[in-house]
Ligand binder design. Structure first.
Ligand code: PLP
Length: 377
């Protein structure tokens, strides 16, 4: 049997291997080092912000972003319910209470009207809302034009969770450049990887300095290890930064490969009644990290679970969209404003293999399998 096809695997070539070997030979086998500095400068330039701080994960970037915005125990952080758990976990680390906002059904992203409703409700309760954390779902940015205007009206800073959206844009401006601070991820399944890692991006130099300090155990600049804050060991290692720099050189070609997959899925499902590519009507600014389809069983006569079973039988991975946070046992006790959109997307959505490393044969296997399924239904 051929090997299993996964949704999104690392896309690593000889140039990444050479970069890591060169970093080892340079002797900088430590957190920090010249590749960390260069990677920060290169990614910040690519996104168009003043500062980048390379960290051990995107989750670490979210956590330190929240802390440096002043989020503290007892505060409220307003965030998307339609996301991966890392976003809410980072809020939990600060001791603040997450307050969920449901989605706009066409994009799955935070619905601006519901955000306003949430902020009005929390203002009436005299809650301390210390941050808004919208999430760019599957690589499509939230409507920052609306979200940032509402945030400003209520005087609340925005931390953008751009873990999935590196390479995407909103009205031509790069994901990772919105709000006071953004977090991106280089986990193994994202558009580019350092095997594990993340970066905090911001135009605020003081905030970036504070994050660097907290990420390296909060050492005071004296020889005898003086500490006045609780610190974290969250810095990226120099070897992984070398890998990241080599990935960044290839980012545009990797994004082009993902967009090809998106187009192939769009043509495959174009004439299939009751099925559509999620967010597919407006994806010029999307990075096409993952492509999902939405299926209406009453029209299609089949369900996402039927297609998923057929793919599994052919050793091809597929998964539902993120299960909304307010439906997760661990977070179900937290409040929010809900319109049912995230639950409908969870019920109707299926994410399909989307990685840039898929070979021509693997792509053919995926589309043969889907073609056979559609032919039989
Ligand atoms: C991947 C991801 C993260 C976390 O990034 P890590 O680098 O894996 O810690 C955070 N938020 C979202 C929406 C993600 O998809």
């Amino acid at each position: 049997m051929a090997e299993r096809i996964l949704m999104s695997l690392p896309d690593v070539t000889q140039s990444e291997e050479d970069a890591v070997v060169a970093a080892i030979r340079s002797g900088w086998i430590v957190p920090l080092g010249p590749d960390v500095d260069a990677f920060e400068a290169e990614l910040a330039a690519r996104v168009g912000v003043g500062h980048g701080v390379a960290l051990s994960s995107g989750t670490a970037a979210l956590h330190l972003g929240l802390l440096t915005l002043g989020v503290k125990p007892g505060d409220v952080v307003v965030t998307s319910t339609m996301t991966f758990a890392a976003t809410t976990n980072a809020v939990m680390y600060t001791g603040a209470e997450p307050f969920f906002v449901d989605a706009d059904e066409t994009s799955g992203n935070m619905d601006p009207a519901l955000l306003r409703q949430a902020l009005v409700q929390l203002r009436d309760e005299r809650a301390t809302v210390s941050a808004i954390v919208p999430v760019d779902l599957l690589g499509k940015t939230v409507d920052y034009t609306s979200i940032l205007a509402i945030a400003e009206e209520f005087g609340v800073p925005v931390l953008s969770d751009a873990a999935e959206s590196l390479g995407a844009t909103h009205r031509g401006k790069a994901a990772g450049s919105f709000g006071r601070v953004s977090a991106v991820s280089f986990n193994g399944n994202k558009v580019m990887t350092t095997s594990g890692g993340g970066m905090l991006l911001t135009d605020d130099g003081e905030l970036a300095q504070r994050v660097r300090y907290l990420a390296t155990q909060a050492r005071q600049p004296v020889a005898h290890y003086e500490h006045i804050d609780v610190g974290y060991n969250y810095r990226m290692s120099n070897l992984l930064a070398a890998l990241g720099r080599a990935q960044l050189v290839r980012l545009d070609s990797m994004l082009a490969r993902r967009r090809e997959m998106r187009e192939l899925y769009k043509s495959t499902f174009a004439d299939v009644a009751g099925a559509e590519v999620f967010g597919g009507a407006d994806d010029a600014e999307d990075n096409a990290w993952l492509t999902s389809i939405l299926v209406d069983r009453d029209v299609a006569g089949w369900d996402v679970t039927d297609l998923s079973a057929a793919l599994t039988a052919d050793d091809i991975e597929s998964r539902p969209l993120w299960k909304p946070m307010h439906r997760q046992p661990v977070f179900a006790k937290f409040r929010g404003v809900f319109n049912g959109a995230s639950e409908r997307l969870f019920a109707r959505g299926l994410t399909l293999p989307s990685g840039s490393a898929l070979t021509a044969e693997q792509r053919a296997r995926v589309f043969d399998s889907i073609g056979r399924f559609l032919g039989a239904h």
